[in-house]
Design a protein around this ligand. Structure first.
Ligand SMILES: Nc1ncnc2c1ncn2[C@@H]1O[C@H](COP(=O)(O)OP(=O)(O)O)[C@@H](O)[C@H]1O
Ligand SMILES: [Mg+2]
Length: 264
């Protein structure tokens, strides 16, 4: 569960380049919620995820994960609770280590010692079992270097690593956007499977409206650092891509109008 209260974040505060990237965000993510997060470029989606993960400090507001106030926690401490997968498949894995060494690292997430990538025999069985879920044959390639894998294989592995130790929160930031359509679909299906199986509390950023409607139980739209739509359950199920686009453009129109008013 995540409780975000009145969260604000500036970049270059006090300079001519000042940007208010998050403008008083209030969002309560219930345990087991799978939220798809959409919005225009620059809406603040990645900034929100970065603030939750602790990559960015905040300028106002509080963030709670499972009822613990983590607002002042550094990123590495939050990593015990929060897993992330980024757009770039190279970011989540270590290319010079083998598949099993990467998994061994992931299996020790959140532990203060034993930060090694040594692999025990008992680990290997578990890794094989988890890898076979991917349906990519990686369970027979435990000792292959991760740098040899394709982008899609690597992203599937990243997802498996992110969920190997069950995180309180899973953050996905356009994690299929850099993949070809077929591979993107496979990684999305895997996402749905893992999130469903482990009942993970998940925030997934996507620019694909169809995907945003198909996946998850709740959809949140952001614009200019604010939440402008938050639908779940039957209301979400009833929404079509056209409804989302209409919402999107109507808000953009407002922004345009107010800009124009400022200029007059
Ligand atoms: N590291 C940064 N330094 C300066 N400005 C940033 C930085 N990251 C994001 N921004 C700005 O904050 C706003 C929100 O960006 P971002 O969260 O990346 O949007 P989104 O992910 O929705 O496309 C944008 O105006 C962007 O230019
Ligand atoms: Mg982004």
């Amino acid at each position: 569960m995540i409780k975000i209260h009145s969260l604000s974040k500036y970049f270059h505060r006090g300079s001519v380049n000042e940007v208010l990237a998050l403008s008083g965000i209030d969002l309560k993510v219930r345990a087991g919620d799978f939220i798809t997060l959409v919005g225009s470029n620059g809406a603040g989606k990645s900034t929100l995820l970065n603030c939750i993960a602790g990559s960015y400090s905040v300028d106002g507001g509080r963030i709670r994960v499972d009822d613990v106030d983590v607002t002042g926690w550094p990123e590495h401490r939050r990593a015990a609770l929060i897993s992330r997968v980024f757009q770039d498949p190279l970011l989540g894995t270590c290319g010079s280590l083998s598949i099993e060494q990467n998994l061994a690292l992931a299996s020790r997430r959140g532990q203060s010692h034993g930060l090694g990538w040594g692999v025990r025999r008992s680990d290997r069985e578990l890794f094989r079992e988890r890898l076979s879920l991917l349906g990519l044959g990686l369970e027979n390639r435990l000792r292959d270097q991760v740098g040899m894998l394709s982008g899609g294989q690597r992203q599937a592995l990243t997802l498996l690593m992110a969920t190997l130790v069950r995180p309180a929160v899973l953050l996905l930031d356009e994690h299929t956007a850099a993949l070809d359509p077929k591979t993107a679909l496979q990684v999305l299906e895997l996402t749905e499977k893992l999130v469903g199986e482990l009942q993970l509390t998940t925030l997934m950023v996507t620019h694909n409206m169809r995907q945003a409607l198909q996946l998850g139980n709740r959809l949140v739209m952001m614009h200019a650092g604010r939440v402008i739509l938050d639908v779940s359950g039957a209301e979400k199920k009833a929404m079509r891509v056209e409804d989302l686009l209409e919402r999107f453009y109507s808000v953009r129109g407002e922004a345009f109008d107010s800009d124009r008013m400022l200029l007059v």
